[in-house]
Design a protein around this ligand. Structure first.
Ligand SMILES: Nc1ncnc2c1ncn2[C@@H]1O[C@H](COP(=O)(O)OP(=O)(O)OP(=O)(O)O)[C@@H](O)[C@H]1O
Length: 298
C-alpha cells in the first residue's frame, strides 16, 4: 500500500489517520464484491469502519475526487443513504470509508448474528429503503442505484426504532466494469444485460426482491445459491395458502390487522418484480403505497 492519505469529509466525526495505520493495524477482509474488496478496520479512536478498495476505476484522481464529493453531498441530503466518511485517491488506489454497521443480509440470513426482526421492524425497513431509492430517483441527473441488494442495506437500532441506510449508490459512476453484468442474479431484472441497461425500473425490480426477502425470510439467488424469489412466490400462490409465503417468524401476526399489511406489502413486491418493466410501478408510487398501508408519516 502506498503512503496515501485518507481525506475525511466535512461532518465526519473521526480523527484523521493515515492509510497504513488503518489497513495494516487490524483490518480484515469482509468480502469481495462487484466493485472491489471491503475490509473491516478500526480507527485510532476505536470506531469500526468499512473500507472499500475499488477495482476497475479509470477516473483520474481529480475527477474521482470531484465525483465522490458530489455523491457524498447527495447522500448527505437523505437519512436513508449511508454517509461517506472519507475517501482516498492516490496513484492507483481508490478507497471509500463508511461506518461499520449490520447488513440486512446478515440480519435476515446470517448464521452467526441473525437478528429477530418483528413486523414493525420489517415494515419500517421496507419504507426506509423505498424512501432512499425514491430520493435517488428524484435527483436531476436521472440517477439509478444499480446494485440494490440486502448486503448493501444497513440497519441500526436506537431510540427504540430501526434505521436503515443504503450503500453503494451510483457505483457505476465511479468504477467501470467490463463484465457482462455485475448485478447478482437474484436481483437482476430480466431486461438487464449489462450495466448500461440498469434503469429506475430495474432498481424497482431489485427493491421488490429485497421486499420479498423481508417478507419470506428467504435468501435470493446469488452465485447459484438461494431461491428465485419472484418465481417461488408466484408458484406458492397457485399451490398453497398465502400464509405459506411468509417467514414463519411472521405467522403469529396472521389473524391480526398486521396480516392485512403483510398481504398488501406482498402485492407491492409482486408488482415490483413484474417481468415487463412497463408494468412495474415507480419508486415514488411504491413509497406512497407502503406509507399508506402501514400508516407511516411522510
Ligand atoms: N459499511 C459496512 N458495514 C458492515 N459491513 C459492510 C459494509 N459495507 C460492506 N459490508 C459487507 O462487506 C461484504 C462485502 O461487501 P461488498 O459491497 O464489497 O460486496 P457485496 O455486497 O457482497 O456485493 P456487491 O459488490 O455486489 O454489493 C458484504 O457482506 C457487505 O455486507
Amino acid at each position: 500500500m502506498s503512503s496515501s492519505t485518507l481525506i475525511f469529509l466535512k461532518g465526519s466525526e473521526y480523527e484523521e489517520c493515515g492509510l497504513e495505520t488503518l489497513l495494516y493495524s487490524n483490518a480484515h477482509v469482509l468480502g469481495r464484491g462487484t466493485f472491489g474488496t471491503t475490509f473491516k478496520a478500526q480507527l485510532p479512536g476505536k470506531a469500526f469502519v468499512a473500507v472499500k478498495r475499488l477495482k476497475g476505476v479509470c477516473l483520474p484522481e481529480i475527477d474521482f475526487a470531484a465525483k465522490v464529493k458530489e455523491l457524498a453531498k447527495m447522500a448527505a441530503g437523505h437519512e436513508n443513504l449511508l454517509p461517506l466518511k472519507a475517501y482516498c485517491c492516490h496513484m492507483n488506489e481508490r478507497l471509500l470509508l463508511h461506518d461499520f454497521l449490520s447488513s440486512l443480509a446478515s440480519a435476515l440470513h446470517g448464521s452467526a448474528i441473525k437478528i429477530p426482526l418483528s413486523w414493525e421492524a420489517r415494515s419500517n425497513i421496507a419504507y426506509g429503503i423505498a424512501r432512499g431509492i425514491s430520493y435517488l430517483h428524484s435527483q436531476p441527473s436521472n440517477i439509478c442505484h444499480g446494485n440494490i441488494r440486502s448486503s448493501n442495506i444497513f440497519i441500526s437500532y436506537y431510540n427504540d426504532r430501526h434505521s436503515v441506510q443504503i450503500s453503494e449508490y451510483c457505483m457505476a459512476q465511479l468504477a467501470t466494469l467490463d463484465s457482462k453484468t455485475a448485478i447478482a442474479q437474484g436481483y437482476r431484472a430480466p431486461e438487464v444485460t449489462n450495466l448500461n441497461s440498469v434503469s429506475h425500473k430495474s432498481d424497482v425490480y431489485a427493491f421488490g426482491v429485497v421486499l420479498l426477502e423481508l417478507l419470506t425470510g428467504k435468501a435470493p439467488l446469488v452465485n447459484d445459491k438461494g431461491t428465485d424469489l419472484p418465481k417461488w412466490v408466484r408458484s406458492i400462490f397457485q399451490e398453497k395458502p398465502i400464509i405459506e409465503v411468509f417467514d414463519s417468524a411472521l405467522h403469529e401476526y396472521k389473524e391480526s390487522w398486521v396480516g392485512e399489511q403483510m398481504v398488501r406489502l406482498l402485492q407491492i413486491a409482486v408488482c415490483c418484480t413484474f417481468e415487463y418493466q412497463c408494468n412495474r410501478p415507480s419508486m415514488a408510487a411504491v413509497t406512497n403505497r407502503i406509507r399508506e398501508t402501514c400508516n407511516f408519516k411522510p
